[in-house]
Design a protein around this ligand. Structure first.
Ligand code: SF4
Length: 701
């Protein structure tokens, strides 16, 4: 009999349960866990192919210094002495950690503790900044804390599901399967897709609103105004549980339907249909993802959506509520332990002196960072201009995935000291490391992750760790100890770290903040190992809640939600040189920069090479034929060569290029080299979906 281990998929934020079986010959197979509440046995193409990505080809097996094999002691001592010297000479803000939504919560916890509580800087940020920072900021503005009020089951209980900027069919496929099955079983259920592209998700849509890029604020402001005009506001909920409705409504004033149609790019007829549907349907869930978050007005978009749910009181009840979908497997876990430069652990706020004192006292730490650190884009700019002189990058490949990626590469090339922990040796980022540390990968590491509905699940090991690879938390704790911070980092294993995180979440937290898991503060290794998936909060009596805020109880001082007045950005002037809006995103069968999914021939069989989706009429005007090679040039003057895919799914004036391919796997560099580093000023999330670009037929020289 093969041995079986229950674990969690390491790809998207759906967080599906996986059963991994290893037979007598060591062959691994996977299937969906029928008992896991996220997927009930389902897996998507990526999850099903997990076993095909586990070979050790290309793995980092030993620490390396300047490309030469080294021992752990030698490598760690070099990291410690360099960080120590840099901090002594230039202060704690001259060093940084750039981490990842691939890290487990325990890894994230130790990284955050080391940087904020012991080094004394908040320069720790994460690639999750690229996927959900605008949702975090929107939640904090409206709810007083970063709390997702709804759960997956709400999709199935809803009568109307609105998907905004979410190609759920490809990016959260198992959730899409659940939604499609619910709709098939209950034809009266309606699905509305709001997306500039007609994606695979639109296949089940009753309405597709091909909104202008960044036209979502105007659209949801228009909806709020319509709800007020037609008497669809829940006056009781608004009066009892919220503040600021009048100001938000004033800001939302939409003018004529013709004006709104101009601002959104959607016909008045379709807008009216959607508004009526929303106003007349009690059970509404609005899911949103990168099309909302990855924008220079991402936080305002989130609040425009939240305003409509608060105005109708459709929040926190079965089948109702806003539900942000996280991209990464543990973006949510990172948020819980303060893995963002502007947050403290346990959802506490770095700008709040009471919270800072509380965390410092719990950690018994010598210092505590007193102000927010540098967010991802700012962090690499600080590397470029020399303010940051030593950086440790864990489990991520920013040379490909960051906006203006070529500038990130140049910054790291010039940085005096770059440490990279990863499983893959030949990533574009790992190649720039002065010290390369071998990390353990999926199937080897042990810890917890939290999915988009606040559900904490275990990732469990079922493979032996190759070479001298070590868990990320172990590497961080070793550095902490060698920096002289002992006790504080003397963990026996991830169970100790999880218990400490649970204890901190409840520390002096009596009744003030209902999102702790303090019931696990005393958990032992055995119970930690046996942990079943559960949603936070986990109360002392073992009860939990799948939903928040049906009866108010927000995490603001007066326990009321805040309406946030938002205004739509002015329409951008047409740019003659760069006439297209470039939208970047994912395809169905690859994950991020393909360091793992690229190993599966089956996954690459779906779409084998990068492409540029363009409307046939736009292609015709540019003299581009189907499958022609084209130069896509960003407003920063950089260009890539990809194949043209002519399709009416694409709106006129906009193009789509997937983000997975890198310099090594594409005919030229990845698409993120074309995207400027423009960010949302509130969340710091880059506008990866709205760059300017030109497209011309490629002529071989
Ligand atoms: Fe993994 Fe996401 Fe697919 Fe589930 S939907 S199997 S979590 S990639």
């Amino acid at each position: 009999m093969p041995s079986e281990t229950k674990t969690t998929c390491p790809y998207c934020g759906v967080g599906c349960g996986v059963i991994a079986a290893v037979d007598e010959k060591g062959k691994v197979s996977v299937r969906g866990d029928p008992d896991h509440p996220a997927n009930y046995g389902r897996l998507c193409s990526k999850g099903s192919a997990l076993a095909e990505t586990l070979d050790i080809e290309g793995r980092v097996l030993y620490p390396e210094i300047h490309g030469q094999r080294a021992g752990w002691d030698e490598a760690l001592d070099l990291v410690v002495s360099t960080f120590q010297r840099t901090i002594a000479d230039h202060g704690p803000d001259s060093v940084a950690f750039y981490v990842s939504g691939q890290l487990l919560t325990e890894d994230y916890y130790v990284a955050n503790k080391l940087m904020k509580g012991f080094i004394g800087s908040a320069n720790i940020d994460t690639n999750s900044r690229l996927c959900m920072a605008s949702s975090v900021a929107g939640h904090r503005r409206a709810f007083g804390a970063d709390t997702v009020p709804a759960c997956y089951e709400d999709l199935e209980l809803s009568d109307l599901v609105v998907l905004v900027g979410s190609n759920m069919a490809w990016c959260h496929p198992v959730l899409y399967q659940r939604l499609a099955a619910a709709k098939a079983a209950r034809p009266a259920m309606k699905v509305v897709v709001i997306d500039p592209r007609r994606t695979a998700t639109s296949d089940i849509a009753d309405l597709h609103l091909a909104v202008r890029p960044d036209g979502d604020i105007a659209l949801f402001n228009g909806l709020l105004a319509y709800l007020a005009e037609t008497g669809a506001i829940d006056e009781n909920y608004v009066g009892k549980h919220t503040s600021g409705f009048g100001e938000a409504l004033l800001a939302a004033s939409r003018g004529s339907m013709a004006d709104l149609s101009d601002a959104t790019g959607v016909s008045g007829m379709l807008l009216r249909q959607f508004f009526r549907l929303f106003a007349q349907t009690e059970k509404v869930v609005t899911c949103y993802s990168q099309g909302v978050n990855q924008s220079f007005v991402g936080t305002a978009k989130v609040n425009a959506i939240l305003n409509c749910h608060l105005a109708t009181g459709r929040i926190g009840q079965p089948g109702m509520g806003p539900l942000s979908l996280t991209g990464q497997p543990n973006a949510m876990g990172g948020r819980e332990v303060g893995g963002l430069a502007n947050m403290l652990a346990a959802h506490m706020a770095i700008e709040n002196p009471v919270h800072r004192e509380r965390v410092q006292r719990f950690w018994k730490s010598p210092v505590i960072a007193e102000r927010a650190g540098l967010k991802a884009v700012d962090m690499f700019e600080a590397v470029a201009d020399g303010r940051i002189k030593a950086i440790w990058i864990m489990s991520t490949n920013p040379v490909v995935s960051m906006p203006d990626a070529a500038a990130v590469k140049a910054a790291l090339e010039a940085c005096p000291f770059v440490v990279v922990s990863d499983i893959q040796k030949d990533t574009d980022t790992a190649r720039l490391a002065h010290v390369l540390l071998p990390a353990s990968g999926w199937g080897e590491k042990s810890g917890t992750v939290t999915n988009s509905e606040r559900r904490i699940s275990r990732q469990r090991p079922f493979l032996s760790v190759p070479g001298e690879a070590r868990a990320d938390w172990w590497q961080l704790a070793e550095i902490g100890k060698r920096l002289g911070f002992d006790p504080g980092f003397d963990y026996r294993g991830p169970a100790d770290i999880y218990a400490e995180h649970a204890a901190l979440s409840a520390f002096e937290n009596k009744g003030e903040r209902d999102f702790d898991i303090g019931a696990h503060a005393e958990i032992n290794a055995e119970d930690y190992d046996a942990l079943l998936p559960f949603q936070w909060p986990l109360r002392q009596d073992g009860s939990s809640t799948a939903r928040f805020f049906a009866d108010g109880g927000f995490f603001t001082a007066d326990r009321k939600a805040r309406f946030v007045p938002v205004t739509a950005p002015a329409l951008e002037e047409a740019d003659g040189c760069y006439p297209f809006t470039l939208n970047t995103g994912r395809i169905r069968d690859h994950w991020h920069t393909m360091t793992r999914t690229g190993k599966s021939a089956r996954l690459s069989g779906h779409i084998a090479e990068p492409y540029c989706e363009i409307h046939p009429a736009d292609a015709d005007e540019a003299g581009i034929g189907d499958a022609d090679l084209v130069n896509v040039e960003g407003a920063n003057g950089r260009s890539i060569i990809v194949r043209a895919l002519l399709t009416e799914r694409q709106s006129r004036g906009s193009i789509f290029v997937p983000m997975h391919w890198t310099g090594e796997t594409a005919p030229s560099a990845g698409v993120d080299t074309l995207v400027s580093s423009r960010v949302d000023p509130i969340s710091g999330q880059p506008a990866l979906k709205m760059a300017r670009a030109s497209v011309t037929r490629h002529v071989a020289k």
